[in-house]
Design a binder for this molecule. Structure first.
Ligand SMILES: [Cu+2]
Length: 132
């Protein structure tokens, strides 16, 4: 009887340690994704923009870029509760850029003025890039 009680205590303690470990790992991951990777890209001469990937689509839905300057866009997914797993743009020649939780940098070449559309892999949500 006594051994069983000890075993139970050990299991409870082991489970508790695992839980704390999982929480710590989640915090560390959040911390690393909170550093803005676009600071370095901007310093390297790119024009930069951030688009949030949310439960209800891309935000902002429209961004503006300057013509003739290569761009880096961070499709930042802060929430795991979104069905958006990739982005596609016929206009930009992007076949299927995967969007994972955290930062997703999509590189764009020098663009001509115009309107470029993109959407999620399931054609549920869309966004617009206006180049001037
Ligand atoms: Cu979807």
């Amino acid at each position: 009887m006594k051994i069983n009680k000890n075993k139970l205590l050990f299991l409870v303690a082991a489970f508790g340690i695992l839980c704390i470990g999982a929480i710590l790992v989640a915090f560390i991951q959040d911390d690393s994704s909170s550093v803005d990777p676009l600071i370095a890209e901007k310093a390297a001469g790119y024009q930069v923009a951030t688009v949030q990937v949310k439960e209800d689509g891309f935000e902002p839905k429209q961004i503006e870029l300057q013509a003739g300057v290569p761009a880096k866009i961070n499709f930042k997914k802060s929430s795991r509760f979104t069905c958006i797993k990739s982005m596609i743009s016929k206009d930009l020649g992007i076949i299927d850029a995967p969007l994972a939780t955290g930062n997703n940098i999509v590189a764009l070449p020098e663009l001509k003025p115009g309107t470029y559309r993109y959407h999620c892999g399931m054609y549920m949500f869309d966004g617009v890039i206006t180049v001037k």
